[in-house]
Structures are given as C-alpha cells and as structure tokens.
Design a protein around this ligand. Structure first.
Ligand SMILES: O=C(CO)[C@@H](O)[C@H](O)COP(=O)(O)O
Length: 237
C-alpha cells in the first residue's frame, strides 16, 4: 500500500465517524492531507463504512486534483475537500457528515448560537451558516462551490479556521476540520453535540440568552490558550 501513514490517518477518521454515530449508510466522508507530499487521502465514494479498509482510501494530488494512487472512485465531495485544503493552509484534516441535529440547523438556515460553555469550549463564537450556493454554482460545480462558499464566508468575516473549526451549508449539513483528520472528526462529534444542546435549549425556552461573553471567552481561552480570539456572541443567528 502506497502512502500508508496518509491513508491510515484518513481511514481512522472515517472509522470514528461511524463509531460516534455521525454517519449512516455511506453518508459523509473524511480526509487527511500530507502537505509535504502535496497529497490528500479521502474515503472512496459509496463504500459502506463497515467494509472500509485503509487501502481503499483514494490519494489525490492537491494541485492538480488528479488521482495519485487508488483503484476506487474518490468521494463525491472530493472537490470540496480540495478547495478547503487549498484555502485553509493550516488544516490537516476535513470531515463532512449528515449528523442529525447539525443538519437540522442547516436545513433551518440558522447558525448555531453560543448558549453554553460546552459550545464555547470548542468554538470561538457561533457555528457559522455559510452563504447559499447560486443556481449556476449548483448546476455547474456544486461540490467545488461548496468549498468556495465556506472560504468566502470565512474571509468575509475574518474568521480563523482553527478557531472556528466548522460550518453549516444551508440545506445540506456540516463540514468540520482541524490540524489533523482526527481533530476534524472530534470537531464533528462536538458540533453534533452542541447542535443537539442548542436545539433542546430552544425547545425549553423559545428565546434563550446567549452565554455571557466573559464566561464564553474564559472557556474558549482556557482550552485554547490565553488571548484566544473571541468574536461577537449571537449576532447573525
Ligand atoms: O453530501 C453528500 C451527498 O449529498 C455526500 O457526502 C454523501 O453523503 C457521501 O458521498 P460519498 O463520499 O460516498 O461520495
């Protein structure tokens, strides 16, 4: 098997999605990148997680987008992953799931507000909702445009992807990322948990208060170091 470390990193992140109940059937995907090699590995398209093997991971060239090694068809979301790796130069892994509560917020066209410390431990602010794709983008380059929309939304808001390791695509679902593929998978687990907590919070009280900023900042900085970025709570929800 060529590129064993790269394939194993992607493989283990995909297995974690299944183990954590974030994916059913063949939905979702995870990838890992080796920036020294200029290659990334991603789950093959349409393969059941229970049958997945490390050697099934498809390895692609970041610059050209062509397959460097692999016999199976790469995930349909490969163009999205490639766009994100080219735009977010500090990330080492990407995950996409259809986890239930995160998808519900995406379908409701809402960012996930910061209602509590659990959220604030992982995210420097609300979990952003990305701009919708245009009809032309959907028609001509859906997956690539999904990545472009995330990059544009982050650039427009001045967000650091490592301080905001995930986003929601309207009527689609969550993408998360991190320094490694396992970080990206852990962020997908955290995003789904926070999405469920926020949904329940709004069921209990229709207009909950956002967490006080000093408390949220304390939680985020405690986990990510002093002086960590903290944005405006609760706007744009
Ligand atoms: O979001 C989608 C489809 O809407 C994809 O993530 C599929 O859920 C998984 O596709 P493959 O990775 O198996 O091609």
């Amino acid at each position: 098997m060529k590129y064993p470390e790269l394939r194993q990193a992607a493989f283990e992140a995909n297995l974690m999605l299944k183990a954590e109940g974030l994916v059913v059937l063949t939905w979702g995907n995870a990838s890992a990148i080796d920036r020294d090699l200029g290659l990334f590995a991603i789950k093959p398209s349409g393969v059941d997680y229970r049958e997945l093997r490390a050697e099934d991971m498809v390895v692609l060239d970041l610059e050209t987008g062509t397959i460097a090694d692999g016999s199976k068809r790469p995930s349909s979301d490969t163009p999205t992953h490639r766009e994100l790796y080219r735009g977010f130069r500090t990330i080492g892994g990407i995950v996409h799931t259809h986890s239930i509560h995160a998808v519900a917020w995406a379908q409701a066209e809402r960012a996930i507000p910061v209602y509590g410390s659990t959220h604030a431990d992982h995210w420097a602010d609300q979990i952003p909702l990305v701009r919708p794709l245009t009809a032309k983008e959907i028609e001509e380059e859906y997956e690539k445009a999904t990545g472009t929309a995330i990059l544009e939304s982050f650039l427009e808001r001045g967000l650091d992807p490592l301080e905001h390791p995930g986003a929601l695509l309207p009527h689609h679902g969550p993408f998360t990322w991190g320094r490694t593929a396992m970080d990206a998978a852990r962020n997908a687990v955290a995003l789904e948990a926070v999405a469920q907590m926020a949904a329940l919070t709004e069921q209990i009280t229709p207009k909950p208060q956002s967490i006080p900023r000093p408390m949220a900042d304390k939680h985020y900085s405690r986990k990510h170091g002093p002086g960590a970025y903290y944005g405006q709570i609760g706007d744009k929800t």
